[in-house]
Write a protein that binds this ligand. Structure first.
Ligand code: NAP
Length: 254
């Protein structure tokens, strides 16, 4: 009777830590896609790599005797949530999505909302701009056809060669960042426009406050569609759901 957490996020790591610390007798495991070469250590056993689509995941659920799945993948993971929904339906395993709320614009924010990374690249315009890309590395290719801009790219992993030939400064860093650090970075690189995914959460929120205080436009990429699955935003709500399914004892004072 193992709980499978589909991970790659702070929330997945926090849920794992909660289960390991509060309910050490309960079997739980985290699955990672394997995109990050040195992931932070996790509190429960970890498996890495894809399952082979929804059918592969369904077979894994049955084979491993998985009792419930918590899909705590990143809000911008576009495929895995649908695979999880299909696999859990096929295997008859209960599924919960644990998803942090999106950021909401505050007074003073200058957000240009776009639906896709291609639209974000379009939104930079034809005139040369100094652009700060904080979108990770997987979708940088959308900017390869916009050589007129100068880019500051921040990612956890090296960005590879996808933007070779363009004016790029690449920095590798993992949040959290402070407002002051973000202001200093944007000033040092004379940033004119910020591109962000609406990831939500506190780890990387400071860039938005920094852009607000500097009066910069933020091109904000909206989240991809998700399947209609029961969804919670907080660890305690996920634990309550697991309790409801009889998988962890009723927990007071999360
Ligand atoms: P995706 O497009 O939804 O998934 C692509 C494929 O990667 C899936 O079909 C699956 O392969 C495999 N996969 C994804 N998440 C997995 C997991 N937790 N365990 C095992 N296999 C997984 O996802 P993505 O955008 O490539 O993101 C991959 C991972 O990075 C996710 O765990 C996500 O939480 C994390 N992440 C993503 C972003 C982002 O902006 N997209 C940002 C930060 C972290 P199979 O079909 O073979 O099972």
């Amino acid at each position: 009777m193992t709980i499978l957490i589909l991970g790659g996020t702070t929330e997945a790591a926090e849920l794992a830590r909660h289960l390991a610390e509060r309910h050490p007798g309960i079997a739980a495991e985290i699955s990672l896609a394997g995109r990050t070469s040195t992931p932070k250590p996790l509190a429960v056993p970890t498996r890495t790599g894809g399952f082979g689509g929804a059918a592969g995941l369904a077979a894994y659920l049955t084979g491993r005797g998985i009792a419930a799945v918590v899909d705590a993948t990143h809000p911008f993971a576009a495929v895995m949530p649908f695979n999880a929904a299909a696999a859990c339906r096929a295997a008859g395993v209960p599924l919960l999505a644990l998803r942090r709320p999106a950021w909401i614009a505050k007074p003073g924010d200058r957000w240009n909302l776009v639906a896709t990374m291609a639209a974000a690249a379009d939104a930079l315009g034809s005139e040369p701009r100094r652009v700060f890309l904080t979108i990770g590395r997987q979708e940088l290719g959308a900017f390869a056809t916009r050589p007129q801009h100068a880019y500051l790219v921040r990612s956890i992993e090296p960005i590879g060669d996808v933007l070779d030939g363009l004016a790029v400064t690449a920095i590798e860093a993992r949040g959290p960042f402070t407002d002051a650090e973000e202001v200093a970075l944007m000033r040092a690189h004379r940033i004119e426009i910020l591109v962000s995914k609406n990831a939500g959460g506190s780890q990387t929120r400071a860039k938005l406050a920094a852009a607000r205080s500097l009066g910069l436009t933020v091109v904000m990429v909206q989240r991809p569609a998700k399947p209609p699955v029961e969804t919670v935003a907080a660890i305690d709500a996920a634990v309550a759901w697991l309790s409801h399914h009889g998988l962890v004892p009723t927990d007071r004072g999360v």
